[in-house]
Design a protein around this ligand. Structure first.
Ligand SMILES: [Fe+2]
Ligand SMILES: [Fe+2]
Length: 321
């Protein structure tokens, strides 16, 4: 029985499971640091899915056709679903979703800095699908093999939907690029604004990412931030060529020796400023989320009252029987 074994043995069993590419499940013993790291990472991921609905939701009422509106609605709804799977995964680690939402709206937990940029034209919807969902896929496909079972299983489903999001973005951009000069300019302008922030989605450079080594040892993470960023650049360059857009980096070129693309320096000052709350939309995103949470209080109250009533009825039924 697990309760009779001392912590040393439990730690050894944990290490052996992780080393053998096994899965850690909610019932298993795990180091406190592992649990905390997972809660932080999965919560940040869940918050990003939910906050990420806002920049795209901005265009649902203004989508140029019924077809585009239906596609965008479905996509934004998928992101809500991703948030729900991920909040459920955090609950298996012993935290409460309400607590996480409160931490988000009090700025005690973060979400991806990419969603603090505005969506100025409908081309941004295509570019978000192509670049932002594309970067998310690079980050998330390896998480399908994460050592924590509930997270890995949630990621399998999420990744299937993210690849669909990426394709719908690309398809929208192909349509615009086959349109008028004004439409092509709109796409290029959106690419110019989103390219660098999309590179920042992979997080700080490896030398400035203190948690990476531990997360990799625990097999929560499989690759470093810079490895994933490189993979994203190499994947995206030929797609940009197929679209006929220019990625806004004069230093971007194929390096035959490295068998990879070289690219220019990322503006880490901008990244830090946006993470700390000074991005163009940080205040707006949080205010909107807070208002939605407060506005939904009556729904939560009604659901709780209904559940309590059902429980009472069940108990009364048991007594009567
Ligand atoms: Fe998502
Ligand atoms: Fe997505």
């Amino acid at each position: 029985m697990a309760v009779d074994r001392d912590e040393q043995e439990l730690a050894e069993a944990f290490d052996a499971t992780v080393a053998a590419e096994g899965r850690i499940e909610p019932r298993d013993w795990m180091p406190e640091g592992y649990r905390k790291t997972l809660i932080r990472q999965i919560a940040q991921h869940a918050h990003s899915e939910i906050i990420g609905m806002q920049p795209e939701g901005n265009w649902i009422l203004r989508a140029p056709s019924l077809r585009r509106k239906a596609i965008l609605l479905a996509k934004v709804q998928d992101e809500a679903g991703h948030g729900l799977y991920l909040y459920s995964a955090t609950e298996t680690l012993g935290v409460d979703r309400t607590e996480l939402t409160e931490k988000l709206i009090d700025s005690r937990q973060k979400y991806s800095s990419i969603f603090n940029y505005p969506t100025l034209t409908f081309a941004d919807i295509g570019v978000i699908g192509w670049l932002v969902d594309g970067a998310a896929i690079c980050n998330q496909v390896p998480l399908c093999r994460s050592s924590y079972g509930p997270y890995a299983r949630a990621m399998v489903r999420i990744c299937k939907e993210e690849s669909f999001h990426q394709r719908q973005g690309f398809e929208l951009l192909m349509t615009l690029m086959a349109g008028t000069d004004a439409q092509r300019e709109m796409v290029q302008d959106a690419v110019d604004r989103w390219w660098w922030p999309s590179l920042m989605m992979f997080g700080p450079a490896d030398g400035d990412s203190p948690n990476t080594q531990q997360s990799m040892a625990w097999r929560i993470k499989r690759h470093t931030n810079d490895e994933l960023r490189q993979r994203y650049v190499d994947m995206t360059v030929p797609q940009a060529a197929a679209l006929g857009v220019t990625l806004p980096d004069p230093e971007l070129r194929w390096n035959d020796e490295r068998r990879a693309h070289d690219f220019g320096a990322i503006d880490w000052d901008e990244f830090t400023a946006v993470v700390k709350g000074a991005g163009p939309c940080n205040a707006q995103r949080l205010a909107h989320r807070r208002a939605a949470h407060e506005g939904g209080q009556w729904v939560r109250d009604a659901a709780s009252a209904y559940a309590a009533k059902q429980q009472t009825r069940r108990q009364e039924g048991e007594v009567a029987a």
